[in-house]
Design a binder for this molecule. Structure first.
Ligand SMILES: C[S@@+](CC[C@H](N)C(=O)[O-])C[C@H]1O[C@@H](n2cnc3c(N)ncnc32)[C@H](O)[C@@H]1O
Length: 261
């Protein structure tokens, strides 16, 4: 299994104070709106596991076997009667259950190839919502982080982390960013190195992370094309009150109700 997947949960905990506490936000949301919850593109299911541990019925859906395996190996244990993780594609959801809340945390939708896939994923999410249910997802707000639209050749060394099993240090460097303005896509190259106590490099891996960027107007349009007409968005993981006015921030957080034209 690649170091990217093996260290995913460790990195998510370290990243939370820097880029937003996604897990805390979705936990508060689920406590407020109730379950059952479906998490789309759940990765290791770190968020669904927390929901289940808090008493909420949670289903995690993920396409990558490595992510699922990493979660099963090193993720927080979750009660079997309230948690399940299934391999699947957000563009074609199983129809065996419906949900009070469908979530797609941590910029999941930016990993889809194009707008057609995003519309499809939105339609699928709405199709498994219970009447009055809520669909919530977040994306990085490109208007607040315009640097992502520009190439960057610099190497940035991130703080070392510990491998969850070996305890060895894992060095991570963000090596370069390439940008395709036609596809509105940025690709970031990450270098992972596992280093033992004597300073020997045991493993070296490169990993390309590919994301598309969306403006708020793009997402509003895609949601409309998917048949949804009731949405609000927020700019911060601190915002929760539905009455609050929308404010720009580092993230786009969208809350959509299962209401169709
Ligand atoms: C940035 S991660 C977020 C993981 C998790 N939600 C979290 O907050 O830690 C996005 C995840 O979406 C998954 N993914 C990408 N495309 C997918 C698809 N078409 N269907 C299901 N999962 C997908 C990726 O494998 C990855 O694990």
């Amino acid at each position: 299994m690649p170091l990217y997947h093996e260290t995913y949960d460790v990195r998510a905990v370290i990243d939370a104070p820097l880029i937003g506490d996604h897990a805390g936000y979705y936990l508060r949301l689920a406590e407020r709106f109730g379950g059952p919850v479906l998490e789309l593109g759940a990765g290791t299911a770190r968020i669904s596991r927390q929901l289940a541990a808090s008493g909420i019925d949670a289903t995690a859906l993920e396409i990558s076997d490595d992510m699922i395996d990493a979660g099963n190996r090193w993720g927080q244990p979750a009660p079997a009667d309230r948690f399940r993780i299934i391999r699947g594609d957000v563009r074609n959801l199983p129809r065996d259950r419906t949900y009070a809340l469908v979530i797609a945390p941590f910029r999941m939708m930016q990993e889809l190839d194009d707008e057609t896939d995003v519309i499809r994923a939105f339609q699928e999410a709405f199709s498994v919502l219970q009447p009055g249910g809520l669909f919530c997802f977040d994306l990085i707000d490109i208007q607040a982080a315009p640097a992502l639209m520009h190439p960057d050749p610099t190497i940035q060394r991130l703080p070392d982390i510990r491998h969850p099993e070996s305890g060895n240090a894992v060095r991570i460097s963000a090596c370069e960013r390439l940008v395709n303005p036609v596809l509105r896509q940025y690709r970031e190259k990450w270098l992972f190195e596992e280093v033992d106590a004597a300073g020997r490099i045991l493993r070296t891996e490169q990993s390309w992370q590919v994301h598309r960027w969306y403006r708020r107007s793009d997402i509003a349009r895609l949601l409309q094309q998917a048949g949804c007409k009731s949405t609000i968005w927020y700019g911060s993981f601190r915002d929760m009150e539905l009455e609050q006015p929308c404010r720009p921030g580092r993230d786009q957080i969208w809350l959509c109700q299962s209401h169709f034209q």
